[in-house]
Design a protein around this ligand. Structure first.
Ligand code: TTP
Ligand code: MG
Length: 402
């Protein structure tokens, strides 16, 4: 079962046009069109002032000129927009644990691990909008909802400069009156098929039996559309491949040779990584091991875990297995050990097991208790007994208790 998620969809307002206005404030408040004015040109986007005249993205420039003869035209500067987009992306990464960029000016943010509910999600959205305004002098519209479909829909409902919270309870009132085209995956063709079947609004789809819907669009599409019309969408927010990783490594003054000591060091690094995951509300699916031997040869190995985790034991088990099976030490000592994780997802976006393993449950409770104490005291006062036993052979930040 999924615990309720908190998803943000951020979409910049009139993005290319807004960047141009920022660069040249004289353009503020005027109808501005980004695109080539010529006979074969099309509109990339336009300011909200130009939209009052009916100008829209992808419209032939000839038509746009006719609708809004007094508009100012600019050809657009892609490199500039890409640079602004990258800056915004870094800001999103700072504010949310999992960020899935969708296009140059929009992204999904999963803040389930940080926010207790949609109201808290809205507070995060407010912080983000303030940062965008203060640091970039641009405005964004943000949708806050329990899934991607509703969040994306919501970001569009109060544009520009909007902040729209869309709880499941609003589905009948705010989703059902909208046309079927607003459903994810419904293009002009499917919309036409649905219309011929008498289904024009999303409410019409919610009201028809799934068998009736399947007769029109086939069983797979019917199941998909019926779920969306109920406001349901299970797609996870998935960060792009090059996205974040968390790691900890340590170099030793004397090479490590003792197997038990190496195990304890791996566990200590795994503890640090796991704590960092929990602090950021993340789960990791891939573990990484980095080993540098006394003769300065460095090896890196990775493996995928059976299920995503934020606990030290599975991470430590994973890297120990990598060390045993995939690293050839050949009698050499270890100068550096690093433990890392990647393939991160937000806590809460992964279904919880129906029958949780009692051992895992115990570890989770223990971890939560130790996190609470550590957060309060601001230092690592609680460490496992197996770490306490290790000889302190390097300047460690972990205090040992005898
Ligand atoms: P959008 O987010 O679709 O549009 P927008 O940001 O300009 O306006 P809105 O306030 O409605 O979100 O697209 C982002 C940018 O992508 C847009 O500024 C220009 C570019 N773009 C095109 O070049 N051609 C197109 O057809 C569309 C839709 C967008
Ligand atoms: Mg936009």
């Amino acid at each position: 079962m999924h615990p309720p998620r908190v998803i943000l969809h951020v979409d910049m307002d009139a993005f290319y046009a807004a960047v141009e206005v920022r660069e040249n404030p004289e353009l503020a408040g005027k109808p501005l069109i980004i695109g080539h004015e010529g006979r074969r040109g099309v509109v990339s986007t336009c300011s909200y002032e130009a939209r009052k005249f009916g100008v829209r993205s992808a419209m032939p420039s000839v038509l746009a000129s006719r609708l809004c003869p007094d508009a100012i035209w600019l050809p657009g500067r892609m490199e500039l927009y890409i640079a602004v987009s990258a800056t915004l992306r870094r800001m999103f990464d700072e504010e949310a644990p999992v960020v899935e960029p969708l296009s140059i000016d929009e992204a999904f943010l999963d803040v389930t691990g940080l926010a207790a509910g949609l109201a808290h999600g809205a507070a995060i959205a407010r912080v983000l909008k303030d940062r965008i305004r203060n640091e970039q002098r641009l405005t964004a519209s943000v949708g806050v909802a329990p899934n991607k479909f509703l969040a994306k829909l919501a970001s569009d409902l109060e544009k520009p400069d909007g902040l729209c919270v869309f709880p499941k309870d609003d589905v009948a009132r705010r989703l059902w009156p909208l046309p079927v085209e607003r459903l994810w995956g419904v293009g002009p063709k499917t919309a036409e098929v649905l219309r011929r079947g008498g289904l024009r609004s999303i409410g019409d789809i919610a009201g028809v039996s799934e068998t009736g819907l399947a007769a029109l669009v086939g069983p797979r599409m019917a199941a998909h559309l019926a779920a969306l019309a109920r406001g349901e969408d299970d797609r996870p927010v998935s960060a792009s491949r090059e996205s974040k990783s968390i790691s900890e490594e340590r170099t030793y003054a004397d090479d490590l040779t003792d197997a038990r000591e190496i195990d304890r060091e791996l566990l200590a690094r795994a503890e640090g990584v796991a704590r960092s995951l929990r602090r950021h509300g993340l789960l990791a699916r891939t573990v990484h091991l980095k080993v540098r031997t006394g003769d300065f040869e460095t090896a890196m190995r990775s493996r995928t875990l059976h299920e995503p985790t934020d606990l030290a034991d599975p991470i430590s088990d994973g890297v120990r297995a990598l060390l045993r099976a995939r690293i050839e030490l050949g009698g050499r000592g270890i100068r550096l050990l690093g433990v890392g994780v990647s393939a991160l997802t937000a806590t809460g976006s992964v279904p919880e097991s129906l029958f949780p393993d009692p051992g895992t449950e115990r570890s989770r409770k223990l971890a939560a208790a130790s996190d609470a104490v550590n957060d309060k005291l601001g230092e690592d006062v609680l460490i496992r007994a197996s770490l306490l036993r290790r000889k302190s052979r390097e300047a460690s930040s972990l205090p040992t208790v005898d």
